[in-house]
Each structure stands twice: as C-alpha cells, then as structure tokens.
Design a binder for this molecule. Structure first.
Ligand code: HEM
Length: 207
C-alpha cells in the first residue's frame, strides 16, 4: 500500500533542497540558446500575469479608452504572442532532443498539460473583449461545446468567461508551470543524444 507520509516527505526533501534551486554546477550543453527558450516562455508568462492583474484590477471599462490602460492591454496582448511563440520553439527543442529521457516523463507531461490549458486561457481572453469578433467566436465555439456535451461551459456568459480567464485558468496554469519548472530543477536538463559516430562499429575515434 502507498505510504503517503513517506512519499510526501521524499517530495518535500527534493523540492525544498538547496541543491534543487541553487546548483553549484551547470552542464556545458545547457548554456546554449536552445536551452533558454523555456525561460523565455516563463518570462513572457510573468509579463502576462503582471499586465493581467493591472487589467483585472481596473476593470473592462478601462481596457479600450484610457491611454495608459491601452498600453497595459497591448503589453498583455504581445506577452501572449511571445508566450506562445517561445513555447512552440521550446516544444520543438524538447521534442528533437528527446527531453522525456532519463526519468523526465513527468516534466514532459506537466509541460504538455500546461500547453493544453494555455489554449483555453488565451481563448477566454479573446471572449471577454466583448467586441463583435469575440461575440461571433463565443457563439461559434458554444455550438461546438454543446455538441460535445459540455453545455455548462457557456461561452456567451461574460461573467463565467471573466472568472475562467482571470482566476480559474491562470491559477491552474501557474501551478502547472511551477510544478514543471520544479521537476526541471530536480531532474536537470536532458543531455544531448550520444554522437551517432561514437556508436558506429568503427568506434568513436573514426572521423
Ligand atoms: C507552458 C509553458 C512552458 C514553460 C514556461 C516551460 C519552461 C521550461 C524551462 C524553464 C525548462 C528548462 C530548460 C529550458 O529552458 O529549455 C523546461 C524544460 C523542459 N520542458 Fe518545458 N516549459 C513549457 C512548456 C513545455 C511543453 C509544452 C513541453 C512538452 C510537451 C515541455 C517539456 C519540457 C521538458 C521535457 C523539459 C526538461 C528537459 C530539458 O530541459 O531538456 N515544456 N521547460
């Protein structure tokens, strides 16, 4: 039977360890630009959250008309573009370096679920703009969700979408990304695939 106390203790030891968060050495391969894409995704996410908090605190009436708030809304919009752009590049990097290897399956899974949750998070953001474009999207998508038996998600209900976009989905995403980065810190980044030449029958020294 699972021993929850022991499992929680082991997890806490890993998560709270100074070696996890302040490693004294970094593998050389992890210093390349390709390994920075995850951090660029995370940085865009921080910009998204900060600009989102300012937008939510001031309320929908300020999003379109007030000069300073237009700037915050534009920052929020461009942070989304950067977030998805860097996330896609990061996804290609982790895919082509087989980053699920060496016990990194959970890191992969948490990243993949974050990606899936990021999509409705962005979509509900478009919906709460309230312009004709977002109303058209809400009605079309509501038909789709109804057909899937998910009628309780009422995309034409501005209050429900506001709650989803500013509370439920971003909090879920923050927890998932936090867990993803914690797994990366515990397991470290994946080493490159072994050199194909070194696996050839002639041996590693052949050029
Ligand atoms: C939601 C946004 C995401 C953020 C903020 C994020 C962040 C990070 C960071 C900071 C790292 C450290 C290494 C690096 O920067 O390349 C990393 C590694 C990793 N990511 Fe993500 N990631 C995200 C999405 C994803 C997705 C969609 C996948 C795959 C489906 C994924 C799979 C992995 C794996 C397997 C590693 C560990 C192995 C390695 O770095 O070589 N991540 N992630």
């Amino acid at each position: 039977m699972a021993n929850w106390t022991l499992t929680s203790k082991r997890m806490a030891e890993q998560v709270l360890s100074a070696d996890t968060w302040l490693p004294s050495e970094m593998p050389e391969y992890a210093q390349g630009f390709m390994y920075m894409l995850g951090s660029l995704t995370a940085s865009s996410f921080v910009a998204l959250i900060i600009s989102g908090i300012i937008l939510a605190a001031n309320g929908p009436d300020t999003w379109s008309y007030n000069g300073a708030m237009r700037f915050v809304a534009a920052t929020h919009f461009w942070s989304v573009q950067a977030f998805f752009f860097f996330m896609m590049l990061h996804l290609w990097r982790v895919f082509f370096s087989g980053a699920w290897r060496g016990g990194r399956g959970m890191t992969w899974l948490l990243g993949a679920i974050s990606f899936l949750i990021a999509i409705p998070t962005a979509f509900t953001g478009f919906l709460i703009n309230g312009d004709l474009y977002s109303q058209w999207n809400a009605v079309q998508a509501k038909d789709g969700l109804n057909a899937l038996g998910l009628g309780w998600v009422n995309l034409t209900n501005g209050g429900q979408m506001f709650g989803m976009h500013v509370v439920v989905l971003p909090l879920t995403l923050t927890l998932l990304i936090g867990a993803h980065i914690t797994r990366v810190r515990i397991k470290s980044v994946v080493p490159p695939y072994p050199d194909v030449k070194s696996q050839s029958p002639e041996g590693a020294t052949k050029s």
